[in-house]
Design a protein around this ligand. Structure first.
Ligand SMILES: Cc1cc2nc3c(=O)[nH]c(=O)nc-3n(C[C@H](O)[C@H](O)[C@H](O)COP(=O)(O)OP(=O)(O)OC[C@H]3O[C@@H](n4cnc5c(N)ncnc54)[C@H](O)[C@@H]3O)c2cc1C
Length: 399
């Protein structure tokens, strides 16, 4: 069966759903169709993330991440408020535990100010008032950071898309794309689609789908698994809200933290290890093609050679609960091993350039009829409604 539509969107994660939602809001007369390979929506990065509403404090001023995070967060809060999705602007602390971290903490604080984030440098005494069990010598308090139910957001987005006349096809893995002068033909497990325009929001597969569209992919996706533990109920009082370490500028996504989840519980983690499959949520899940591609990609080999020590540390924490707990104790010294139980892991779509550097900003590229979201790392969930708006701006030029 061939479906006809104005805009086809590949991927039913938060970026694909936000794009389709923005489209139905702005152009109610346009037909939109989402193709999702799974039987459910939002079960990959979006459904397995930390559930944090990021404030935008970390990102380079003027970058797409900084701008979209600020605007997207406000839009996300307004959406949750209007649609009754759980969220809480509970605040967060970024904690320096020794002198060596103070200059980096200062740098983040200055970035936060440059990005217009409401934040305050606080001393150890004030930190104790906010998070009584944390050890630290200085910290940044970010009252406007928060937590949210991203799966709940996606359920509402899907509801609104359908109510606006949009269609969502599940079990519809896209296998081939042909761009013609007057349309794009998308072949999928659920039939073919003829669309005037196509948007690729395939997350962990965004590079392969970009290649299918005939465009050059700017970076390759290498999957990194983040493993989490959660605190048993008797230890949850140790973390009131969000407790983060000072990040290493070279690896901002590294460094275990504590996150109170909006639907209850406290998660601790993640570490970051190479996943042997793009959707490899367990240590033993291996996909030979995915693994071969990662291990033979010059970008990954360069990264691994440069940072093998750090990589070994992350792997060690994957196998040793004791080592994981030791990392957590830097921030919360009272935590004991028996207070932690494993929690579901997530896999990050890390876009890597051939020279081994991480592509850290959002990356969207387009041709006549196709928009490819090539990189949508954290805080893309926070920023999703704004990313969706930008994509619709691009589509509007083609209508
Ligand atoms: C461990 C972890 C923690 C994070 N924490 C946060 C956080 O606290 N706050 C925050 O803002 N961000 C966070 N992020 C980042 C955020 O979750 C992602 O940036 C965001 O979810 C990306 O959404 P997406 O729609 O691009 O990808 P996804 O959610 O992965 O969705 C892509 C979809 O495309 C589908 N798909 C792929 N290929 C095909 C195909 N060929 N045909 C059809 N469908 C296809 C997939 O099945 C999937 O459903 C985190 C990420 C991870 C991994």
């Amino acid at each position: 069966m061939t479906h006809k539509t104005d805009v086809a969107v590949i991927g039913g994660g938060i970026i694909g759903l936000s794009t389709a939602y923005r489209l139905t809001q702005r152009f109610p007369e346009k037909r939109v169709l989402i193709l999702e390979k799974e039987s459910e929506l939002a079960i990959h990065q979006t459904g397995r993330n930390s559930g944090v509403l990021h404030s935008g404090i970390y990102y380079k001023p003027g970058s797409l991440r900084a701008v979209n995070c600020r605007e997207g967060k406000l839009a996300m809060q307004a959406f949750c408020e209007a649609e009754g999705v759980a969220y809480d602007v509970c605040g967060k602390v970024i904690v320096a535990v020794d002198d060596s971290e103070l200059s980096r903490l200062q740098h983040i604080f200055e970035r936060g100010e440059a990005n217009g984030v409401r934040c305050e440098m606080i001393d150890a005494e004030r930190l104790k008032e906010l998070e009584p069990h944390v050890r630290g010598i200085q910290a940044i308090h970010v009252p406007e950071a928060g937590i949210v139910d991203y799966v709940g957001v996606c359920e509402k987005l899907a509801e609104k898309i359908r109510a606006g006349g949009g269609e969502i096809l599940t079990n519809a893995k896209v296998t081939r794309i042909t761009e013609r002068s007057d349309s794009v033909i998308v072949e999928s497990d659920a039939g073919d689609v003829e669309a005037a325009c196509l948007v690729n929001c395939a997350g962990l597969y965004s590079d392969r789908v970009t290649k299918m569209t005939g465009q050059k992919r700017p970076a390759k996706i290498v999957p990194f698994r983040g493993e989490y533990y959660k605190l048993k109920p008797d230890a949850q009082h140790l973390c009131r809200n969000l407790i983060y370490p000072v990040p290493d500028p070279a690896f901002p996504f590294l460094g275990v933290h504590f996150t109170r989840m909006v639907l209850g519980g406290v998660e601790c983690g993640p570490n970051a290890v190479l996943a042997f499959a793009r959707e490899g949520y367990s240590k033993f899940h291996v996909n030979p093609r995915d693994l071969f591609e990662s291990l033979t990609y010059p970008g990954f080999l360069r990264l691994a050679m440069r940072h093998w020590k750090m990589g070994c540390g992350e792997m060690w924490r994957s196998f040793s609960k004791g080592a994981f707990v030791k990392a957590l104790r830097r921030l919360l010294p009272e935590i004991r091993k028996e207070q932690l139980v494993p929690s579901p892991s997530g896999v990050r779509a890390q876009a890597l350039l051939r020279d081994g550097s991480l592509a850290d900003d959002f990356l969207i590229q387009d041709s006549d009829r196709i928009v490819n979201v090539c990189n949508a790392p954290s805080p893309a969930a926070t920023a999703a409604l704004n990313i969706g708006r930008i994509i619709v701006d691009k589509l509007a030029e083609r209508f």
